[in-house]
Design a protein around this ligand. Structure first.
Ligand code: WTA
Length: 635
């Protein structure tokens, strides 16, 4: 595996990867265990779109995450799990132990009827069994679809149904700070609407009472009791799907982003090692949830492929207090720490005392992901957490890209606050103007596209290749469109400015405006809704709803209505999508073709009512004055 150790080295490897990508990635792929070597490295056509890496190859990713390490690293800790409650402590799983657990659970899956190609849904808390279940799916060639345990029953059912999952793995409940999430209850509700589920495997975590449905529900522990500890890894084609992970899009229906095995494996390993400059023996902690892509690529696959010790944390940054993350860094001597700007901002807001209390001298590298990081949060992270000794890697990437695309390499390439900086080897970004032309100059802003395939890019949207093409490959000919806006400075450093479509990044989570709108629209007194984002000091973006009612209600009832609308949002999408502000309006600014002008609504939500731009194409420009006038009455 190429390891980049200097800026010159980076420039050299980058050039090599662009001049001859097949040779570059072929060399990287030599570092893995293959059951049969590939016959061709890359075949691609962005028109179709069709992307194939390492075709003809046969492999199993778990041979590379687990078996490969058993000679030398058998006793090394693979996963160190830290409980939500500090009194419960931590559990270390060595590579050998993890391997055994994965093999056993692979056999459990088989006993419950799962065969290669089946989809398995995981709706679980952050416990080691989640990682075990993910890897067991990969081992037998089943496609995992992890659904974040904060999603509602309706969201879970939609995702199960879309992928036609055969088995659901969940837990009785999950701990998050001082809350208990009744996962099995939610799963039960979801399964009422999901007839594809034949079996539900339930892990005991909170030991709360749950309903067990005969012939469908089985307990994890019982199933694990009498299974064999050996399970050969299934021989998979390079391009067989590894997993589906849902992400929000511009329309209401979430997209099942599908990744394939070999390319994802090569790229997550390569990017993990180089971006974080991982060295043998480093203790690495990514605070993301495995329900998101960051958890897939950089809690499970990337670190395990590298033979690293990866921390899995069940809790939240503010429980029992805002010093929790730093307490863990001190206690477990974390060397590499990767988190989201929202977490940094929320901890910064609690004051410096929490961070000062702990010895953070083990930290060598800090990382951020998921949303733009503002200068103030960056400075705080750099000085107060890293004591100006640990470089920050600002890693830009997406569920669809599978791995980090634009980022500095820790301590090796230059960092610049609020800039993701330079592309990784093999990544060819470009910036497009509004006339769909590529801008080659520097010091410009536009829409971010990628011009050439990379190994870990998504291959399709499960069951909807047409939507895959329309969403990512149609806006710009022969380019992958990221949906992000971007600025490139005079040195060619990239700074991601935020989404340019109808996706909102709230606390680092992607939410489709349409999903939230359709939840609110279900209220009997709601006629129409428009959702936009507005700057929020902690969450990055807050959610602002403009709501037209069927019949006006008294002012004193509006607060109550806000509660009711948020109950609907929680039920339909999940608590992460709760609306921060609601403004009741008599109309929405629409173009003659009926499209809501969100640009104007965004400006008003930001409190910027002066420079609204061109409103001449609106059907009824007067509506704007009314909305502006009442903006101060948002609830
Ligand atoms: C945003 C998360 C600025 C961006 C890995 C992207 C970022 C979306 C950064 C993908 C960053 C991610 N700076 N913005 N370093 N990283 N984003 O699919 O808008 O959950 O398109 O993947 O997050 O979010 P997703």
């Amino acid at each position: 595996m190429t390891t980049i150790t200097s800026y010159e080295d980076y420039l050299k490897e980058y050039k090599k990867s662009i001049d001859n990508p097949e040779q570059f990635w072929g060399e990287q792929a030599e570092n893995f265990v293959w059951k049969k070597k590939w016959t061709s490295i890359l075949n691609w056509d962005f028109e179709k779109p069709e992307i194939k890496w390492f075709e003809g190859g046969k492999l199993n990713i778990t041979d590379n995450c687990l078996d490969k390490h058993l000679d030398i690293l058998a006793e090394k800790t693979a996963i160190k799990w830290i409980a939500n409650d500090p009194k419960e402590g931590s559990i270390s799983l060595s590579y050998k132990k993890l391997h055994t657990q994965v093999c056993k659970f692979s056999n459990v899956l088989k006993n419950n009827g799962v065969v290669k190609g089946d989809r398995v849904c995981l709706y679980m808390p952050m416990v080691p069994e989640l990682a075990i279940a993910v890897l067991a799916c990969a081992r037998i060639g089943a496609i995992h679809s992890v659904v974040f345990a904060g999603f509602s029953a309706k969201s879970l059912a939609d995702r199960i149904n879309d992928a036609g999952c055969k088995v659901l793995i969940t837990a009785d409940g999950g701990y998050r700070g001082n809350k208990i999430i009744n996962l099995k209850n939610i799963a039960d509700q979801a399964m009422l609407d999901s007839c594809s589920i034949k079996k539900c495997i339930v892990l005991k975590r909170t030991k709360q009472k749950v309903v067990i449905k005969k012939n469908r529900d089985v307990w994890w522990d019982n199933e694990m009791e009498n299974v064999n500890e050996n399970c050969n890894s299934e021989s998979m084609n390079s391009e067989d799907p590894l997993f589906i992970l849902y992400t929000s899009g511009s329309t209401g229906k979430p997209k099942g982003i599908q990744h394939s095995i070999a390319g994802y494996m090569v790229y997550t390993h390569f990017s993990f090692k180089n971006v974080f400059q991982y060295k043998d023996g480093d203790i690495y902690w990514c605070t993301a949830d495995i329900g998101w892509i960051t958890g897939h690529s950089y809690i499970i696959y990337g670190p395990l492929l590298c033979g690293a010790t990866t921390i899995m944390f069940e809790g939240v940054p503010t429980y029992p207090d805002a010093g929790r993350l730093w307490e863990i860094v001190e206690k477990h001597k974390i060397n590499i720490f990767y988190t989201a700007p929202t977490a940094i901002r929320s901890l910064e807001a609690k004051g410096d005392d929490f961070v000062k209390k702990y010895n953070l001298s083990s930290l060598k590298v800090l990382g951020t992901v998921g949303e733009p990081i503002n200068k103030d949060a960056w400075e705080w992270y750099y000085t107060k957490v890293g004591k100006e000794n640990a470089p920050i890697v600002d890693t830009w990437w997406q569920t669809e890209t599978g791995g980090i695309m634009i980022s500095n390499l820790a301590g090796v390439t230059p960092m610049k606050p609020t800039f993701a900086t330079l592309p990784l080897p093999g990544i060819l970004p470009c910036i497009m103007d509004d006339q769909n032309n590529e801008i080659t100059k520097n010091s410009i802003e536009g829409k971010l596209c990628i011009k050439f395939p990379w190994p870990s890019m998504a291959r399709t949207i499960y069951g909807d290749h047409k939507r895959f093409k329309e969403t990512y490959f149609s806006a710009f000919k022969n380019k992958y469109f990221t949906g992000d806006g971007c600025y490139r400075d005079e040195n060619g450093f990239y700074r991601i400015t935020g989404r340019v479509d109808d996706v909102l990044i709230v606390s680092g989570h992607n939410l489709g405006t349409a999903e939230i709108e359709s939840a609110i629209d279900q209220h009997p007194n709601v006629c129409e809704t428009a959702i936009v984002g507005y700057p929020h000091s902690i969450k990055g973006n807050g959610i602002y709803a403009y709501v037209i009612l069927n019949s006006d209600i008294k002012k004193e009832n509006k607060k109550q209505l806000k509660l009711e609308l948020n109950e609907l949002v929680v039920k339909e999408v999940g608590p992460i999508a709760k609306v921060d502000k609601i403004q009741f309006v008599v109309g929405l600014p629409k173009t003659r073709s009926g499209k809501i002008m969100r640009r104007i609504l965004r400006k008003i939500a930001e409190g910027d009512t002066h420079k609204l731009g061109d409103t001449s194409t609106l059907l009824d420009p007067k509506i704007i004055d009314e909305i502006k006038k009442n903006a101060e009455y948002a609830y």
